[in-house]
Write a protein that binds this ligand. Structure first.
Ligand code: HEC
Length: 130
């Protein structure tokens, strides 16, 4: 009688993940440029783990990928959607000679939003190169 089927558990888990994701998105606006923002911390961790190997721990690029402080990645040139798209689908080489960017697997949508917020905050803090 008290048995809960695995598929039902999965639905419950998905609903919980969705609720957490929505909470994270909802808090984004109110915490925008605050230094002690938990989203920023999370974004920094995601960036270090998933992006820094190519885009550089300081965002200034490596031999495998471009600097995110290039004006090419200003918000009005590469919108947040272009970040979502690059993470989900990768990006074919078109601006530089580093080759293609592969999709980055294993990130939740909250991770993706946090890493974009992190890059935007760092762009604002450090300024753009040229
Ligand atoms: C394996 C190397 C590699 C990793 C890891 C990587 N990138 Fe990239 N990324 C690239 C390269 C190379 C380009 C440049 C493609 C071009 O325009 O020539 C690029 C381009 C981009 C672009 C621009 C896409 C466009 O539409 O022009 C964004 C945004 C981006 N990366 C974000 C990220 C984020 C965020 C992460 C981590 C979640 C990440 N990248 C991880 C190699 C990487």
């Amino acid at each position: 009688m008290t048995y809960t089927s695995p598929s039902r558990l999965r639905v419950i888990a998905l609903v919980m993940v969705g609720a957490i994701g929505m909470t994270a998105c909802g808090s984004e606006d109110s915490t925008r440029s605050s230094g002690a923002d938990p989203d920023f911390e999370r974004g920094a961790a995601v960036y270090a783990e998933s992006c820094a190997s190519c885009h550089g721990g300081d965002l200034r690029g490596t031999d495998d990928g471009p600097s995110h402080l290039s004006v090419v990645y200003e918000p009005n040139h590469h919108s947040d959607d272009s970040f979502r798209n690059a993470i989900a689908n990768g990006a074919s080489q078109h601006h530089w000679g580093f080759g293609d960017m592969d999709p980055v697997d294993g990130l939740s949508s909250a991770d993706v939003e946090a890493v974009i917020a992190f890059v935007r905050a760092e762009q604002e803090r450090l300024g753009f190169d040229q």
